[in-house]
Design a protein around this ligand. Structure first.
Ligand SMILES: [Zn+2]
Ligand SMILES: [Zn+2]
Length: 254
């Protein structure tokens, strides 16, 4: 059995009164839930969203015409561990929500067509979650010298062939911290309905990147959802399944 130690990752930051961020646990405020990366807190986040009138949805649903005024989008990037993703997918199904999981095809960390991983991805689909492509064509073209758009087309074809389904959307790997993202690529040219960053440019983007809520100055998404002054109508929540744990120890057994 292998496991990843998550306790030693840096904790979320919180704004001080002076406006500077300091690394420490988010303080528990009176009557407000404590924040961590447990499944219990994930449930609280979803329940808070529903209580505040947000409709929780997956990316492909958001890419279609819609009428809801308050929306919480659930996006997951499978960077490292498909097993953690399948576990979170089951938890979400039990909560009555559906989300979107973006899968890589080039990584050395997992093979989507392997004996171990393929069944996990099929289960995610069977639970009516969406699977999209977590593309990294520009990185790959830098390595191989091949044309980036041809690589992207092959990534899409490969994922669809592996899963035996038509995918709808794609999201860039590391699009937040490097210039790896596509540069204005039109998803319809590749037979897709959306590219994740472009389709959510009218949303507040909230991410658990390396277990720090850096996009919201250290504020967990639950604080954003509860902030009646802020009152954000549309939120895209990006989480990485390997950062979230079922057990109170913070150690995720794989
Ligand atoms: Zn929280
Ligand atoms: Zn990624």
């Amino acid at each position: 059995m292998c496991r990843i130690e998550l306790e030693d990752l840096e904790r979320p930051k919180e704004l001080t009164r002076a406006g500077r961020s300091a690394p420490h646990l988010i303080r528990q405020e009176k009557g407000i839930m404590p924040c961590d990366f447990s499944y219990d807190h994930y449930r609280e986040i979803i329940e808070t969203a529903k209580r505040r009138g947000y409709r929780v949805m997956q990316m492909r649903e958001y890419a279609r015409p819609r009428e809801d005024s308050r929306i919480l989008l659930l996006r997951h990037d499978i960077d490292i561990h498909p097993k953690c993703a399948e576990r979170l997918a089951r938890f979400e199904r039990d909560l009555g929500v559906r989300s979107t999981y973006f899968v890589r095809v080039h990584t050395n960390l997992y093979n989507p067509f392997s004996y171990d991983v393929y069944p996990l991805l099929r289960k995610i689909l069977e639970m009516e979650h969406e699977i999209g492509l977590h593309f990294e064509n520009v990185d790959f073209s830098h390595t191989t010298g091949e044309d980036a758009s041809l690589i992207l087309r092959r990534e899409i074809d490969a994922l669809q062939a592996i899963l035996g389904v038509k995918i709808t959307g794609m999201a860039a790997h590391r699009d937040l911290i490097s210039a790896v993202s596509n540069d204005g690529t039109n998803p319809s040219e590749y037979g897709l309905a959306y590219e994740a960053r472009a389709v959510t440019n009218d949303c507040m983007f909230v991410s658990d990147s390396l277990r720090q809520w850096t996009r919201t100055e250290g504020r967990c998404v639950c604080r954003v959802l509860q902030d009646t002054h802020l009152d954000v109508p549309r939120i895209c929540l990006l989480t990485h399944p390997e950062f979230w744990y079922e057990r109170p120890s913070g150690v995720q057994h794989l």
